[in-house]
Design a binder for this molecule. Structure first.
Ligand code: CP
Ligand code: NVA
Length: 305
């Protein structure tokens, strides 16, 4: 594993190893055991979109691993003024030990990985958000004691979260159901790739327009914003299109009684989820947010250690 760009690219074993390492690092941190695995190493962190969790968890994670996180806002580096990805990759590999990037076009991350000899970590593109899903799998594991054969249901936009959840669920040997309104379904190529992964694991993948069908007996219920970063101008039309796709107490009745509710955050209460559900006893949203730290430290230690 040179890069961490898509959960479709990693094996079941690699996923298992990352989760085991995350659990170990989390235990060590809680017991006050230092783990300076990346002493003297520097991670460049390129952001062309906003972030709370990703930025903080990567910065704190690098610090806890004994390394140095270098925040690079696209407004401040020449990439934002049109310097090519190729030149950026070739220059940055001379200084840095790894790069984490959050940006719009997924192809930019693939190009960066192609041209830079150092590890590249995808911290969200319009297509995928693998770091979030790694943390979510860790969270589901902690709450359920295992992952294999759990049913994950995602209700909402066929976006980067839906895509990475499909990939992650397949590699974790879970079942997965996705309910999206028509016109907001998942990317065709991602679905084709995911279908192959589910065929290999022997678990089910259901894509539907019916939230009740998707959520039926689910162990993990997931939703995300209807208006992702970069889609702000579509807000009004999206709110109309997603009518009926809100995760509320009525919909949650169809899930398993002990289901957990998840959301990558930031959340918009009253839209994709009600306050009652997201702030209710089944919600594990802040465990997910914390686990970004532990999961990403496992990625950093594996790629840069
Ligand atoms: N979930 C997530 O990636 O949050 P941020 O946008 O705050 O980083
Ligand atoms: N789908 C959301 C996820 C935010 C973490 C977005 O891309 O804005």
């Amino acid at each position: 594993m040179k890069d961490f760009i898509s959960l479709h690219d990693i094996s079941e074993k690699e996923l298992e190893d990352l989760l085991s390492l995350a659990i170990k690092l989390k235990k060590e941190l809680k017991s006050g055991i230092a783990h300076p695995i990346l002493k003297g190493k520097t991670l460049g962190m390129i952001f062309t979109k906003s972030s709370t969790r990703t930025r903080i968890s990567f910065e704190v994670g690098m610090t806890q691993l004994g390394g140095y996180p270098l925040f690079l806002s696209s407004n401040d580096i020449q990439l934002g003024r049109g310097e090519t990805i190729y030149d950026t990759a070739k220059v940055m590999e001379r200084y840095l030990d790894g790069i984490m990037i959050r940006t719009f076009a997924h192809q930019d991350v693939l190009d960066l990985a192609k041209h830079a000899d150092i590890p590249i970590i995808n911290a969200l593109t319009d297509l995928l958000h693998p770091c979030q899903v790694l943390a979510d799998l860790l969270t589901a594991y902690e709450h359920k004691g295992h992952l294999e054969n759990l049913k994950l249901a995602y209700i909402g936009d066929g976006n980067n979260m839906a895509h990475s959840l499909m990939y992650g669920a397949a590699k974790a040997r879970m079942h997965c159901s996705i309910a999206t309104p028509s016109g907001y379904t998942c990317d065709d190529e991602v679905v084709e790739n995911a279908k192959k992964d589910f065929a290999a694991s022997g678990k089910s993948l259901v894509l539907t327009n019916d939230p009740v069908e998707a959520i039926k007996n689910a162990d993990v219920v997931y939703t995300d914003t209807w208006v992702s970063m970069g889609m702000e101008t579509e807000k009004e039309e999206r709110i109309k299109a997603f009518d009926g796709y809100q995760v509320n107490a009525e919909l949650m009745k169809h899930a398993a009684p002990d289901a957990v509710f998840m959301h990558c955050l930031p959340a918009y209460r009253g839209f994709e989820v009600t306050e009652e559900v997201i702030d209710g006893p089944q919600s594990v949203i802040f465990d997910e947010a914390e686990n970004r730290l532990h999961a990403q430290k496992a990625v950093l230690a594996t790629l840069m250690g």
